[in-house]
Design a protein around this ligand. Structure first.
Ligand code: PLP
Length: 371
C-alpha cells in the first residue's frame, strides 16, 4: 500500500463521487433517524406519513417555482418503471426520441418494443455530443433527457412543436436550469440530485400532460394497474401512492430539498453553484496536459456529471483503483462507453471543496504513476 497511500491532507472530507446513487449528506441521514423513529413502520395511509409526502411535494414546487396548475406526481418503481408507464399511459401513437447515450437509448427501446405504439422516430448523435431538438411531424411526444448521465451531456428543455414534452430529468433535476412551462412530464428518481434512495419517481405534470394521461386511461388500451399514471395522479393528489412507498426515501429527499432551499434559495441559486463546481473540474482537466473534458461543445457539457478523458499512457482503471483504495469512490467511466475516462458526479450534495480535493488526489496519483 505505502506508495499508493494518498496523503491524508489531500483527501476529500467525503469520498463519494459516483454518478448514481448520489452521496447522501450525513446531516440528512441523521434527520432520517430522528424523524423516522416513530414514523417508519406506521401506516402510509395515515396523516404522519402523508405529511412527509406533502412536505416533499411542496418543497419541490417551491424549489422549481413550479406553475400553480402543475401536479407533483409520485410513482413507485424508479425511472426505469416510469418509461413503461409513459409507453402505456402517455404516448398516444408515436414518440420522438433523442438518443445520445445509454439512458436516452433505453427509453427509446421501450417505445420501440411496445406493440400498441408506432415505431419511434429516433434522432441520434455520437456519444459525447447531442442531437439538435427539432419538430417531429406525426409524433405526439418529444422525449428529452435533461442530463445523459452516461456521457455527461446536457439537453436544453425547449418546445419546438405541438407534441407533449416528457423529460427524463433523473440526474439533472435540481441541478440544471429548467422552465417547467416547457415540459409536460418532468420526471426523476430521487437517488441522484435529491441525494435520497432509489425506487421512487417524482414528476411535475402540466395540465395538458394530466389531460393526456386521463384520456389514454379512459380509452380501451390495456394498462397494468401498477404502471397506470392516472392512478398515480389520483393518489398523488392525496399525498400517497398506489402501493407501498419507501418512507425513508421520501424523508431523505424532503430533507435534501429543504437544505437546497435554505442554502441556495431556489433552483437558480443551485444552478449557479453547480456552474462553479463544474468549473473546478473542467478547469482543472483543461489545464493538465494528460487530461481533457470528453464533451467538446462547452454548451453541452454537464454541470452535474463531468466526463474527463485521460491520455492512453495513464490508465483510468489504475487511477480509479488507487483512489478507491483510499476511499475516493466510483469515478469509473460508464462501462459500456469503454473509454479511458474518469466520470465525476457533482450532485448538489457533493461539496465544491471535495471536488477540489478530488483533483488534487488525481494529480498526486498521476504523478506517482510516473506519467
Ligand atoms: C439513473 C438514471 C435512470 C435510471 O433510474 P432508476 O431510478 O434506477 O430506474 C434513468 N435515467 C437517467 C437519466 C438516469 O441518470
Amino acid at each position: 500500500m505505502g506508495a499508493t497511500t494518498i496523503p491524508a491532507d489531500l483527501l476529500p472530507r467525503d469520498g463519494r463521487f459516483g454518478a448514481g446513487p448520489s452521496k447522501v449528506r450525513p446531516e440528512a441521514l441523521a434527520r432520517l433517524a430522528e424523524i423516522g423513529d416513530g414514523l417508519l413502520g406506521t401506516s402510509h395511509r395515515q396523516a404522519a406519513v402523508k405529511d412527509q409526502v406533502a412536505r416533499l411535494q411542496d418543497g419541490l414546487r417551491g424549489l422549481f417555482n413550479a406553475p400553480e396548475a402543475y401536479d407533483v406526481l409520485l410513482a413507485v418503481g424508479g425511472a426505469t418503471a416510469f418509461w413503461d408507464s409513459l409507453a402505456f399511459g402517455f404516448v398516444e401513437q408515436r414518440a420522438r426520441h433523442y438518443e445520445f447515450g445509454e439512458f436516452s437509448g433505453k427509453f427509446a427501446a421501450v417505445t420501440r418494443m411496445a406493440p400498441w405504439l408506432d415505431e419511434p422516430d429516433v434522432v441520434s448523435a455520437p456519444v459525447g455530443q447531442r442531437p439538435e431538438i427539432s419538430p417531429a411531424p406525426g409524433c405526439d411526444v418529444q422525449a428529452l433527457i435533461h442530463n445523459e448521465t452516461t456521457t455527461g451531456v446536457v439537453q436544453e428543455i425547449v418546445r419546438v412543436d405541438d407534441a407533449l414534452v416528457a423529460v427524463d430529468a433523473t440526474s439533472g433535476a435540481g441541478a440544471l436550469p429548467v422552465d417547467l412551462n416547457n415540459a409536460d412530464v418532468y420526471y426523476f428518481s430521487l437517488q441522484k440530485g435529491f441525494a435520497s434512495d432509489g425506487g421512487l419517481t417524482t414528476a411535475f405534470v402540466s395540465p395538458d400532460g394530466a389531460q393526456r394521461i386521463e384520456g389514454i386511461s379512459a380509452s380501451d388500451r390495456y394498462i397494468p394497474a401498477f404502471l397506470d399514471l392516472s392512478t398515480a395522479l389520483d393518489n398523488s393528489r392525496k399525498h400517497q401512492t398506489y402501493n407501498t412507498l419507501a418512507v425513508a426515501t421520501v424523508i431523505l429527499a424532503a430533507e435534501q430539498v429543504d437544505w437546497m432551499r435554505e442554502t441556495f434559495w431556489d433552483l437558480d441559486g443551485v444552478v449557479e453553484h453547480q456552474q462553479a463546481k463544474a468549473q473546478t473540474i473542467y478547469g482543472w482537466a483543461s489545464s493538465r496536459s494528460w487530461a481533457r473534458p470528453f464533451v467538446e461543445d462547452e454548451a453541452a457539457r454537464s454541470t452535474v456529471v463531468a466526463t474527463i478523458d485521460l491520455d492512453d499512457a495513464i490508465s483510468a482503471d489504475e487511477v480509479n483503483a488507487i483512489l478507491r483504495a483510499n476511499g475516493v469512490l466510483d469515478t469509473d467511466a460508464y462501462r459500456k462507453l469503454g473509454r479511458n475516462q474518469l466520470r465525476i458526479a457533482m450532485f448538489p450534495a457533493i461539496d465544491q471543496a471535495d471536488l477540489q480535493a478530488y483533483t488534487a488526489c488525481v494529480d498526486w496519483v498521476v504523478e506517482r504513476m510516473g506519467a
